[in-house]
Design a protein around this ligand. Structure first.
Ligand SMILES: NC(=O)c1ccc[n+]([C@@H]2O[C@H](COP(=O)([O-])OP(=O)(O)OC[C@H]3O[C@@H](n4cnc5c(N)ncnc54)[C@H](OP(=O)(O)O)[C@@H]3O)[C@@H](O)[C@H]2O)c1
Length: 314
């Protein structure tokens, strides 16, 4: 199945990191099931999860079993170069958790850029040929890593952080993905929820040390210039939103979707019915060219874009 086919009927992917209750607030399985039903009823049936998101893979696998769904997962490697046996066993675990015979897409995430490309990608190519994986993607690869990866295996997608605050992808990665026809799948389009009405006029971001919005997106915001520019960005977003009778978060999502090379936007799972509906509706219309430019100019003036993809997180 080609990349185009896997993503052909959606511009929104539901990010399931939120089901990892070590990083996000606790959600009961009943509430997860209810929210998944809402997404499916609204025609959204593509999900993103990972081997390292706690219970996420197994809950998604169980609750979506037998439903028409596409699931992107990840194989995340810390530390040493994995052996082919370790890679195989990771994939077998994801197949069991997701209750699938073939994984739709596996995205490789490598914390150490000194990846042994030849052996790692040879192992993944074997799994593609055996039909254990339909499609291969990567996430958080920097530009030199992706340039090297395409020499070893067919890479269909690249999952990167991309929002009006974090536009590091535009420094060099976006052009490389366009050149190789690799679909960009942006995560964190709302900066963990900060790019929404809820934080307009809030003088400082809440500090919830155990919540990913704080420990992940607050530190990104600090690296890009701090909270004050975020408040100014929210005012520009509100101005544009009013023109279209939309919300701030809808404009923020729509802007990301319209960037070159973006195939679909990964929006983090929420149980709030209204937020789900707003997020789905956010991608069914288009910002005008002049408003896309206005948002770019405002973001350019407010935020720094330090380095390449995942450079300061690594
Ligand atoms: N590859 C990687 O390294 C990596 C890193 C991070 C994320 N990801 C993936 O990308 C997905 C999306 O990123 P993300 O969840 O971190 O960030 P995000 O989509 O920017 O933010 C998600 C949060 O925003 C809030 N939200 C959702 N819709 C909203 C709306 N309409 N108005 C206001 N708030 C709204 C929700 O919080 P409440 O429900 O509390 O309101 C939700 O938890 C993740 O779930 C994960 O699958 C991948």
């Amino acid at each position: 199945m080609s990349n185009k086919e896997l993503l052909s009927n959606t511009s929104l992917i539901v990010g399931c990191w939120q089901l990892d209750d070590r990083s996000w607030k606790q959600i009961s399985e009943n509430d997860i099931a209810r929210a998944l039903d809402i997404y499916l009823a609204l025609g959204i049936n593509t999900f993103d999860t990972a081997d390292i998101y706690g219970r996420s893979e197994s809950v998604v696998g169980r609750l979506l079993k037998g439903r028409d769904r596409t699931i992107f997962t990840k194989a995340v490697f810390f530390g040493n170069v994995p052996t082919p046996a370790q890679i195989k066993s990771k994939i077998e675990a994801s197949l069991r958790n997701l209750q699938q015979e073939t994984l739709d897409c596996v995205q490789i995430h490598w914390h150490n850029p000194q990846l042994d490309f030849a052996s790692t990608f040879a192992a993944f190519k074997d799994l593609l040929e055996q039909g254990k994986i339909r499609q291969l993607g990567v996430t958080n690869f920097n530009t030199p890593m992706l340039e090297k990866a395409v020499e070893y295996a067919p890479i269909s997608t690249h999952q990167v952080q991309y929002s009006l605050i974090d536009r590091r992808v535009e420094n060099s990665m976006q052009a490389l993905c366009l050149k190789h026809n690799i679909a960009l799948l942006p995560y964190g389009p709302l900066a963990g929820g900060f790019l929404s009405e809820k934080f307009r006029g809030v003088t400082s971001p809440p500090s919830e040390s155990s919540h990913a919005r704080s420990f992940y997106y607050n530190s990104m915001i600090r690296a890009h210039g701090g909270w004050k520019p975020v408040l100014e960005m929210l005012e520009t977003l509100a101005q544009v939103a009013q023109k279209y009778n939309k919300t701030i978060s809808q404009v923020a999502l729509n802007w990301v979707k319209q960037q070159p090379g973006v195939a679909a936007v990964i929006s983090g799972f929420t149980t709030d019915r209204q937020q789900i509906q707003k997020n789905v509706e956010a991608l069914s219309w288009s910002l005008d060219k002049e408003d896309l430019q206005l948002l770019c100019q405002s973001s350019d003036a407010l935020f720094k874009q330090p380095g390449d993809i995942y450079s300061y997180e690594r």
